[in-house]
Design a protein around this ligand. Structure first.
Ligand code: CA
Length: 257
């Protein structure tokens, strides 16, 4: 009986102290290994691919979903979790994230969610301060000041809200990002990245973070036709002698309906 109680406690305790990430869960794990689980069933997911593109690092979970990261993380980085039949998942991690093991829940993919692009991109001009929200080594070259992607929206229900979701975005140096402590640059403030949908500006992104949702205006959605999204990075507002684009990185573009 006592044994049953202890096992029950072990099972229940982590849920009490769980901190929730957007689209996933984090809690104190056991031992030294972190774990990827199915968000619905709580079962460990074996063979999930975990990558840190900035560190050029990749590993895979064992058959019970456990993994260990054998890499140094300096400053914010995007960690990606991918597994067949699951929604691609990203979260922002830093040197402190894995001080204690974490548990991350990922969700089965379904008809209401569609991944448009699961790659990681760096926008800007490769010129940035060590104190920026993107401090840390860059292994990835900037593709320029903007990113654009065409995609077809099939089986979309315009009667329901349609969201563009950016899995993770780091490096934004706006005044708001600075005011909440996301960077420490004393004299550089950038304008926010802008989101365009089918040629219309629909949003600005002021803060770094995971799972940022932007509602697509129904009147702009072209059902069963090609649609286009553009992400334009901001520019350093303190630099007038030349254009200094804000260097940002993002990963995972999804549509939710
Ligand atoms: Ca720059």
């Amino acid at each position: 009986m006592k044994k049953v109680l202890i096992m029950l406690l072990i099972f229940l305790l982590p849920a009490v102290s769980a901190a929730t990430f957007q689209g996933g869960v984090s809690e104190q794990g056991q031992g030294t290994s972190s774990r990827i689980i199915d968000k619905q069933t709580g079962q460990g997911i074996g063979g999930a691919n975990i990558t840190l593109p900035k560190q050029n690092y990749a590993t895979t979970t064992d058959s019970n979903g456990f993994f260990e990261l054998d890499t140094q993380i300096n400053g914010p980085s995007i960690m990606s979790v991918q597994k067949e039949n699951y929604k691609p998942f990203t979260m922002t991690v830093d040197g402190a994230t894995f001080n204690a093991p974490i548990v991350v829940g990922i969700e089965k993919s379904n008809a209401s969610g569609k991944a448009i692009d699961t790659n990681m991109y760096h926008l800007g001009d490769n010129s940035f301060s060590d104190l920026s929200a993107n401090a840390g080594e860059f292994s990835m070259q900037a593709i320029g000041p903007f990113y654009t992607k065409k995609f077809t929206l099939k089986n979309i229900n315009i009667a329901k809200p349609v969201y563009l979701v950016i899995g993770s975005i780091i490096g934004i140096d706006t005044a708001m990002a600075r005011s909440v402590g996301q960077n420490r640059i004393p004299n550089a403030v950038a304008s926010p990245p802008e989101i365009y949908f089918n040629g219309n500006k629909i949003s600005e992104i002021q803060l770094n973070g995971d799972g940022q949702k932007i509602k697509l205006p129904p009147s702009l959605i072209k059902k069963n036709q090609v649609n286009e999204i553009t992400i334009k990075t901001g520019r350093n507002l303190m630099q007038t002698a030349y254009i200094d684009y804000d260097d940002i990185e993002f990963m995972n573009i999804l549509i939710e309906n």
